[in-house]
Design a protein around this ligand. Structure first.
Ligand code: CA2
Length: 162
C-alpha cells in the first residue's frame, strides 16, 4: 500500500507567483503542487493538497488527515508564529507532520524566528524556495520508512517527548 501524504498550505500561499518573487520564488501554488506530485510519483506515494487562509480549516484538515494519511508536509505560513491551536492539532493526530518554509525565516524579522510547530514536528526544512517542499517530502518518506523498519529517527524521538 503506497504512503498517503497530505500537503497543507496556509494563509496567503494561494497568492504565490503574484507578488514578492524575491522572497517566495516565482512559481504559483499550482506549479509547486505539480512538482510535488512528480516527486510523489517517483516515490510511489499518493498525495493530496489543501490550502486555506483559515486557522480552523487547517485544524480540521489535520484532524481529517488522521483518518487516512500516513504523514503531512505543511507550510502553515504566518500561523507558524502564532497558532497554539495548530500545534495542539499536530500533537493530537500522532502522524508525523514535517514543517516547511519557502524562505529562511531565521534570516528575516525577529517575529518569524519562533515557530510553535517545530518542537512537535520530526523535522523542518526552510530557505530553499519550492524545493523546501520536495526536501520536506523526502524527509517525511525517510521518517515513515524508518518507522516501518522499526527504527526511530532523531526527529521523531524528539517529537515523542512533546
Ligand atoms: O517562508 C515561508 O514559507 C512562510 O511560511 C511564508 C509566510 C510567512 O508568514 C512565514 O513567515 C514564512 C507568508 C506566505 C505569504 O505568501 C505570499 C505569497 C505571495 C505574495 C505575498 C505573500
Amino acid at each position: 500500500m503506497p504512503y498517503q501524504i497530505l500537503v497543507l498550505h496556509g494563509p496567503n500561499l494561494n497568492l504565490l507567483g503574484e507578488r514578492e518573487p524575491e522572497v517566495y520564488g516565482a512559481l504559483t501554488l499550482d506549479e509547486i503542487n505539480r512538482r510535488i506530485e512528480t516527486r510523489a510519483r517517483e516515490a510511489s506515494a499518493d498525495v493530496r493538497f489543501f490550502q486555506s487562509n483559515s486557522e480552523g480549516a487547517l485544524v480540521d484538515a489535520l484532524h481529517d488527515a488522521r483518518t487516512w494519511a500516513d504523514g503531512v508536509v505543511a507550510n502553515f505560513g504566518a500561523y507558524t508564529h502564532t497558532s497554539v491551536a495548530l500545534r495542539d492539532a499536530i500533537s493530537a493526530i500522532k502522524i508525523p507532520v514535517v514543517e516547511v518554509h519557502l524562505s529562511n525565516v531565521h534570516a528575516r524579522e525577529l517575529f518569524r524566528h519562533h515557530s510553535f510547530m517545530s518542537a512537535v514536528c520530526p523535522g523542518v526544512v526552510m530557505g530553499f524556495g519550492w524545493q523546501s517542499y520536495i526536501l520536506g517530502f523526502d524527509g517525511l518518506i525517510y521518517t515513515l520508512d524508518a518507522r516501518e523498519a522499526g527504527r526511530v529517527t532523531p526527529g521523531l524521538q524528539t517529537r515523542l517527548r512533546n
